[in-house]
Design a protein around this ligand. Structure first.
Ligand SMILES: Nc1ncnc2c1ncn2[C@@H]1O[C@H](COP(=O)(O)OP(=O)(O)O)[C@@H](O)[C@H]1O
Ligand SMILES: [Mg+2]
Length: 254
């Protein structure tokens, strides 16, 4: 069961959009994926309509009250299992610290036998805090969306530096893929970002698929939908389908 963490230290690069639509793409392949929302803003939980009022019924309860994942998970109308977020998640950094046992909690829980029924997608917040560290330690693949702008590339380089600093702890190179999002052929900056990515990262670690700028991707969360249900013929739907295919082809999303 692949565990995929979607992370970039920069906000607004398409982490939640990517999490939402990859979960949907996996569900369309007949699997029952689990989404884990680790962003206190809870955008992903909101789109899935799974945002409970009580913090203890969310991932906050998992980290702060030791509640099992199974008690927090709820099935959304689209057949995705969601472990929702809560604003209180932002307090965990101060509460928990960053000890090894703390940052490997999610890994242990998700890798327990029968804990999840399919691939897992973890939507992170734009900080390398205790929550994102939990995602990094839990995952088989770190997916880093890089929106086609200069600051997003800087964010991706920071992720690369952080991963390399953690390498002695992992004892191997953590599998990672950078995916360019909000790509627009007409903008010179998009071409520059592609070149800069090619210079800065290993070729095999930059996805061939590019997610193009597409208004349907931006609209669909407001309707509480993934792009496949909101606009199945859109470029956004095609691009996320292609990204899912690419990841499956590379041995992920099992
Ligand atoms: N490919 C895209 N085309 C158009 N808008 C996009 C695209 N990807 C993301 N967006 C929009 O950009 C904003 C930030 O995306 P989001 O996924 O919330 O980023 P993050 O989770 O990294 O903060 C949102 O308003 C989203 O709808
Ligand atoms: Mg987000």
């Amino acid at each position: 069961m692949t565990i995929l963490a979607v992370f970039n230290q920069k906000g607004g690069v398409g982490k939640t959009t990517t999490s939402l639509n990859l979960l949907a793409a996996i569900a369309r392949r007949g699997k029952r994926p689990t989404g884990v929302d680790l962003d206190p803003q809870g955008h992903l939980s909101h789109v899935f309509g799974t945002q409970p009022r009580a913090a203890d019924d969310t991932m906050y309860g998992f980290f702060a009250r030791q509640r099992p994942i199974a008690e927090i998970a709820r099935v959304s109308s689209s057949g995705v299992v969601m472990c929702p977020a809560h604003m209180e998640l932002s307090k965990l950094d101060a509460m928990l610290g960053k000890g090894f046992n703390v940052v490997t909690r999610l890994r242990q829980a998700l890798r327990t036998r029968d804990a999840v029924t399919g691939p897992v997608v973890i939507d992170c917040c734009p900080l390398l805090n205790v929550l994102s560290l939990n995602a990094v330690f839990a995952c088989d693949l770190l997916l880093v969306p890089v929106s086609a702008d200069y600051l997003a590339v800087q964010g991706a380089k920071e992720v690369e530096r952080a991963l390399n600093a953690l390498e002695p702890v992992f004892r191997q190179r953590l599998p990672r893929r950078y995916v360019i999002t909000r790509f627009d052929m007409r903008r010179r900056m998009s071409a520059e970002v592609v070149e800069e990515m090619a210079r800065s990262f290993r070729t095999e670690e930059v996805c061939i698929t590019r997610i193009r700028e597409n208004v349907k991707l931006a609209e669909s969360p407001a309707a509480g939908l993934d792009v496949f249900r909101h606009a199945p013929e859109s470029r956004g739907a095609r691009d996320y389908e292609e990204l899912a295919d690419e990841l499956v082809g590379a041995g992920f999303l099992r």
